[in-house]
Design a binder for this molecule. Structure first.
Ligand code: MTE
Ligand code: MO
Length: 251
């Protein structure tokens, strides 16, 4: 880690664990590391941006949890394929991880549940003007990606969902900084219960530094890609493609 990053971390009071995990990831990706090492003005700006990106979203106490966590968007994919998986308790469902990875993997729900889990109480903010505080639990997305071995040419992670809106598949994407953020999980539980269909069963993304529409529900596949071109209409997500929402929806 550079001296500037170390000093800034001290100034900002960001925990070593938090920032180290972000730095570790940067080290894994050659080009970003080289920019960080170059020591010019642009590099300084990028360092500041990266520190902001590594910050944690606020976490809340149990007594601050919303009594009701409403659903929004699709509350059921309503396809025969999804219906068959749900009818069987998702025993036949698999989460596929592919694209630019050394080892394409398929995880069963039981396998995901047996992995180390992170539990966090966070606030979900929807652009439509509502928010809710809930407790999410699941494995770190970063752990899954490490098992698959993300290749250095990858820049984004795309989430392919089981549902559609107006005939277009719902999908979302984030960059590798958010993918390896210490609060980014594939949630299996909401408020201590297995994710219900309304909230995205059997797993949904929680990327806590971004707005509600990035929190992809009904995730069937995760794909590491070099570029967002050629996926959907190329803007990185259903809402980005169709109503011009920002791809980076930071909060
Ligand atoms: N697959 C899928 N993911 C989705 C949506 C959707 O319609 N389909 N809606 C998004 C929006 S706009 C919000 S605010 C949240 C709502 O999550 P909730 O239903 O668990 O409250 O899911 C997001 N993820
Ligand atoms: Mo939303």
């Amino acid at each position: 880690m550079s001296a500037v990053l170390t000093r800034r971390r001290a100034l900002l009071g960001i925990g070593a664990g938090t920032l180290l995990s972000a730095c570790d990831r940067v080290q894994d990706f050659g080009p970003a590391r080289r920019i960080l090492d170059s020591g010019d003005a642009i590099s300084h700006g990028l360092q500041r941006a990266l520190i902001d990106r590594a910050a944690l979203a606020p976490e809340y106490r149990v007594d601050q949890m919303s009594p009701v966590f409403r659903t929004n968007g699709n509350a059921n994919p309503n396809t025969p394929a999804y219906g068959a998986l749900a009818a069987n308790g998702f025993a036949d469902w698999r989460l596929a991880i592919g694209g630019l990875v050394a080892r394409p993997l398929q995880f069963s729900l039981a396998q995901l549940r047996s992995m180390p889990q992170r539990r966090q109480i966070t606030r979900h903010d929807c652009v439509e003007g509502w928010s809710a505080i809930g407790q999410w639990q699941g494995p770190l997305l970063g752990s899954l990606l490490k098992l698959a071995g993300v290749q250095s040419a990858a820049r984004y992670v795309v989430f392919h969902c089981a549902d559609q809106i107006g005939g277009a598949p719902y999908y979302e994407s984030i960059d590798l900084i958010d993918a390896f953020h210490p609060q980014t999980i594939m949630a299996l539980f909401l408020n201590g219960r297995p994710l219900d269909i309304g909230h995205g069963a059997p797993t949904r993304l929680r990327v806590e530094r971004q707005l509600g529409y990035k929190q992809a529900k009904y995730v069937m596949g995760i794909e590491a890609v070099p570029s967002l071109a050629g996926i959907g209409k190329g803007k990185g997500g259903f809402w980005e493609d169709n109503v011009d929402y920002d791809w980076y929806a930071g909060i």
